[in-house]
Design a protein around this ligand. Structure first.
Ligand SMILES: Cc1cc2nc3c(=O)[nH]c(=O)nc-3n(C[C@H](O)[C@H](O)[C@H](O)COP(=O)(O)OP(=O)(O)OC[C@H]3O[C@@H](n4cnc5c(N)ncnc54)[C@H](O)[C@@H]3O)c2cc1C
Length: 456
């Protein structure tokens, strides 16, 4: 959002057409990058003077078995299209992102996590097999049994080893389209982390919101939201709640203000003073009348909070925003995140939105999963302070590496490659680059992110 590149865009509709385009790009010596829905915050789906393979027209449902919950989809199908197809049969994607716009191909390529990472893992954990079109035009079917090494490298390999042209996913059985959710306030970072950790085995979904403005004893104060799926006997009308039409997010705020107007209303507050006030209002509400509140919410409303505000990114214009999400082992999380919040305060660049999640490790080669927590911090990009912001991201990342943590490429635009590489200590980067050289010796698939992070 704060970075860009000029190139050519193609929107193929078939695998054969992708092969033709790859062949033409190779002949012309032009680099290619895949693009799903373009929801990654940074430079993941960008390549300067290259060719963007926009897969958004390849969004067909290829096979659906409502008895087993196994679905085959083309890569451009979005999370929203997927759940709209399957919820009526009682199946929900086991992993969803904070917006329903991402494509399944993009989600697998970044190996996305949801608010239930601790209990369900990543989207890759629910992928049974996928088809990969390699840069030489070959089509392989990968799974945990056939070519496990490549399967675990392609998922989370940010599109550098080939193009995912089909994915088979196992969905999760749900008996209601409703969740029961609970809101809890926490006065400081330590208690926020503790309460999140205490809740992780009792609730399917746990997420924390951090007010990044205050320091001292209030550093890292925030609110927590937990949720679980309702069982059939708890839902007075499961048939109705499972109907996708009844999941639609409200079109207005308080029944009056059209959602499409919301970003315009927030925009005047998009500065340090205004965001401090918004955060304060949220904390006040969350720690008084809303503290301990238990309520029911549709799955879509609980899961896709950001979709309540269409075009929310426009509040950050003209500079855009960057996000930095670091993953830190549980024992080190309070120390590292406190330091990060202090660094932002000292530099006068507080995060406007801070989000905490609980994670677990997984088997994917370039995984960002650790047994610990992640803190995602959003920063507006103000042109006059752009270099300072990029320097600050380096400062935020240093203690993460020292603590044995990781970073999430999908959220990143500013992380220096050497820090990303330093976060892998067991030869993972070398193994990945070895696969890349084997499958793509000419470096046909390239992205600004891969060049930055892999240093190749
Ligand atoms: C509001 C918001 C909330 C979010 N919440 C979460 C969250 O809760 N959890 C989380 O994990 N992430 C989250 N994300 C990040 C987002 O889910 C990931 O960036 C995801 O990869 C986006 O999918 P996309 O289809 O837009 O992919 P793109 O951004 O278009 O591409 C992502 C990467 O995948 C590659 N790629 C895309 N399609 C293919 C393909 N078919 N084959 C090979 N490579 C491909 C691209 O080259 C690129 O490197 C969020 C993003 C936003 C904007």
């Amino acid at each position: 959002m704060a970075v860009g590149a000029a190139g050519y865009r193609y929107r193929p509709e078939t695998v054969d057409r992708i092969s033709e385009i790859l062949g033409a790009a190779r002949t012309a010596g032009v680099p290619v990058v895949a693009r799903g829905s373009g929801c990654s915050y940074g430079d993941a789906a960008l390549v300067p003077e290259g060719l963007v393979l926009d897969l958004s027209k390849m969004r067909r449902l290829l096979a659906w078995d409502p008895a087993s919950g196994i679905v085959d989809v083309e890569p451009g199908m979005t999370v929203e299209q997927l759940w709209r197809h399957t919820l009526g049969d009682g199946w929900w994607p086991p992993i969803v992102t904070g917006t329903m716009e991402p494509s399944i191909g993009g989600c697998l390529s970044m190996n996305v996590h949801g608010k239930n990472n601790w209990v369900r893992g990543t989207m890759g954990d629910h992928c049974l097999e996928l088809d990969l079109l390699t840069p030489d035009g070959g089509l392989r079917t990968l799974s945990r049994d056939t070519e496990p090494e490549l399967f675990h490298a392609v998922i989370g390999g940010f599109g550098q080893l080939g193009l995912v042209t089909r994915a088979r996913l196992q969905l999760k059985r749900v008996h209601s389209g409703l969740t029961e959710a609970k809101a809890v306030a926490a006065p400081d970072l330590g208690s926020l982390l503790q309460r999140l950790d205490d809740a992780k085995d009792d609730w399917e979904y746990v997420i924390g919101w951090v007010d990044a403005f205050p320091g001292g004893g209030k550093l890292g104060r925030g609110l927590l939201h937990f949720a679980r799926h309702l069982e059939a006997d708890e839902d007075p009308d499961p048939g109705a709640s499972l109907n996708p039409a009844n999941q639609d997010l409200p079109g207005t705020l308080f029944g009056v203000v059209p959602k499409t107007m919301m970003w315009r209303m927030i925009k005047p507050f998009t500065n340090n003073l205004g965001m401090r006030a918004i955060n304060l209002a949220k904390i006040f509400h969350g720690s008084t009348i809303a503290d301990g509140a238990v309520y029911r919410q549709s799955l879509a409303a609980f899961s896709f909070l950001l979709d309540y505000v269409p075009d929310w990114k426009k509040i950050y214009l003209p500079g855009g925003l960057i996000q930095h999400q670091s993953f830190v082992p549980a024992a080190e999380a309070e120390r590292v995140f406190s330091r990060q919040l202090e660094i932002c305060r000292r530099r006068g660049m507080p995060s406007y939105l801070g989000v905490l999640k609980r994670h677990r490790p997984d088997d994917f080669l370039l995984t960002h999963g650790v047994d610990g927590f992640s803190l995602a911090l959003d920063f507006p990009v103000v042109e006059a302070r752009r270099d300072e912001l990029w320097t600050m991201v380096r400062e935020l990342a240093d203690p993460v590496v020292a603590a044995g943590g990781r970073f999430y490429p999908a959220k990143d635009a500013a992380l220096p490659g050497e820090l990303y590489r330093a976060s892998f200590r067991n030869g993972e980067i070398e193994a990945f680059c070895g696969l890349k050289r084997r499958l793509d010796p000419d470096g046909l698939l390239r992205s600004s992110l891969a060049t930055r992070l892999l240093g190749e």
